[in-house]
Design a protein around this ligand. Structure first.
Ligand SMILES: [Zn+2]
Length: 424
């Protein structure tokens, strides 16, 4: 599916400023910092939106985190390939469409278009491949078939009362099969906690007949009134985790460098994706996993069901400059959970004005020692510490004139083109 316009990303190397270090970032699985990629090039799969509540600040915060990582790699001279999905057929989307009396496909397309506009306005580098789940139904069905054939998946009759066709079966993944590592929460395994998280994320742990309460749905047989496709495992639609597994491996191979998403996807979603990949014959799904912090508003995590969404499009309509929204988000560390305060936007607008005024009054080109470039590179390479980077710039604009290299670095690493900022 079409992504969005790619922003210009200046090359600091072309300006004679050399290259940055490869970033060290926090890996959720090991709970430790690692320098990635290990090899010559980087690949990243980011769990995309379910297109029914796009684009709130929690989404924007997540995709900005991985945009910063992509920018750090590019500055380090590392070729990057990225992929992302859109979960464009899923229970919350179908429920929302039914409630609002709209076709689920129309709702998805409209929300995806809004997401494109928001991401382009925020100057997020688009994924090289943005794949809707409905574009990959056949391949996902084939992957589920292979797991049935290898004994990693099993059939479970659809409960009576669901109205499915006679003899219809769902397909579940068998988490009791031993693979390279046990199902776990990072480096820990706590069964009760995993069951609770499975329940929280729609995993139906109490369903009779399951071999383990943790076993996720790989394929849901057709129910009346629900979208369904023919596949190698019958009519129906795919489960959530296997969609991401198939799209990531198909686009990036395995192992790829980073499996990325919001921190709440750590379990069961990212863990089960990795186990599906092992069952499909991958030696390893990804080298590391990353989870961006969650954004709250009015005391709770931003979510459509709670109605406490701050939408990027609304802020833009109300006159916020996208670069200021970007700055407001980058002022928080990518791994932190935090609560949006409305005043943060005004603070970011003022900061943007200060920086833009500085950018318009250039001085002589300083030596590299007097440039912001090394400071930005050090802070970003240290687990993408954008709050420290913003403070370094605050400090720098007070004591040094603007120079071409510093302006290019602020654009390349933080995605803010100060010479293009419009006055308020
Ligand atoms: Zn995903």
């Amino acid at each position: 599916m079409r992504a969005w316009q790619r922003p210009d990303v200046p090359s600091l190397d072309d300006l004679g400023l050399g290259r940055g270090e490869r970033p060290a970032v926090h890996d959720t699985k090991r709970d430790d910092r690692v320098v990635v990629p290990y090899g010559d090039s980087a690949t990243m799969y980011t769990c995309g939106i379910t297109p029914y509540d796009a684009t709130h600040l929690g989404h924007a915060f997540t995709y900005l985190a991985f945009d910063t990582l992509t920018r750090a790699w590019l500055d380090a001279g590392v070729p990057v390939r990225t992929a992302m999905n859109s979960t464009d057929v899923d229970d919350p989307l179908l429920e929302r469409a039914a409630r609002d009396g709209v076709d689920w496909r129309e709702l998805a397309e409209q929300q995806q278009e809004l997401f494109r506009e928001d991401m382009a306005a925020l100057r997020v580098i688009p994924p090289d491949a943005w794949i809707a789940v409905t574009e990959r139904i056949d391949r996902i069905g084939d992957a589920v078939r292979r797991m049935v054939d290898s004994g990693d998946a099993y059939l479970l009759p659809v409960p009576e009362g669901d109205g499915a066709a006679e003899g219809a079966h769902d397909v579940l993944f068998d988490t009791t099969r031993t693979r390279a590592f046990p199902i776990g929460l990072g480096s820990r395994t706590d069964h009760d906690e995993m069951v609770a998280l499975t329940r929280e994320f729609g995993g139906d742990p109490d369903r009779p007949g399951k071999r383990s309460p943790l076993d996720p749905l790989l394929w849901r047989a057709e129910r009346p009134g629900e979208p369904a496709w023919e596949s190698a495992v019958g009519r129906g639609r795919p489960g959530w985790h296997v969609e991401c597994t198939e799209i990531a491996m198909d686009e990036l191979g395995s192992p790829f460098t980073v499996a990325a998403g919001g921190r709440d996807l750590r379990f069961p979603h990212q863990e089960l994706q990795a186990h599906h990949a092992l069952a499909l014959g991958a030696p390893l799904f990804s080298e590391i996993r990353m989870g961006a912090g969650l954004v709250a508003y009015d005391g709770s995590k931003m979510s459509k069901s709670l109605g406490n969404l701050v939408l990027v499009s609304r802020l833009r309509e109300a006159g916020a400059r996208p670069a200021a929204i970007r700055l407001a988000l980058l002022a928080h560390h990518w791994r932190a959970d935090w609560e949006w305060q409305d005043e943060e936007l005004e603070a970011a607008e003022e900061r943007l004005d200060r920086w833009a005024a500085w950018a318009r009054t250039p001085g002589d080109d300083p030596s590299l020692e007097d440039s912001i470039v090394p400071w930005l590179r050090v802070t970003i390479a240290s687990d993408l510490d954008t709050p420290a980077a913003l403070q370094a710039i605050d400090d720098f604009v007070l004591r040094a004139p603007a120079d071409e290299g510093s302006l290019a670095a602020i654009d390349a690493l933080l995605g803010i083109d100060l010479l293009a900022v419009e006055p308020r």
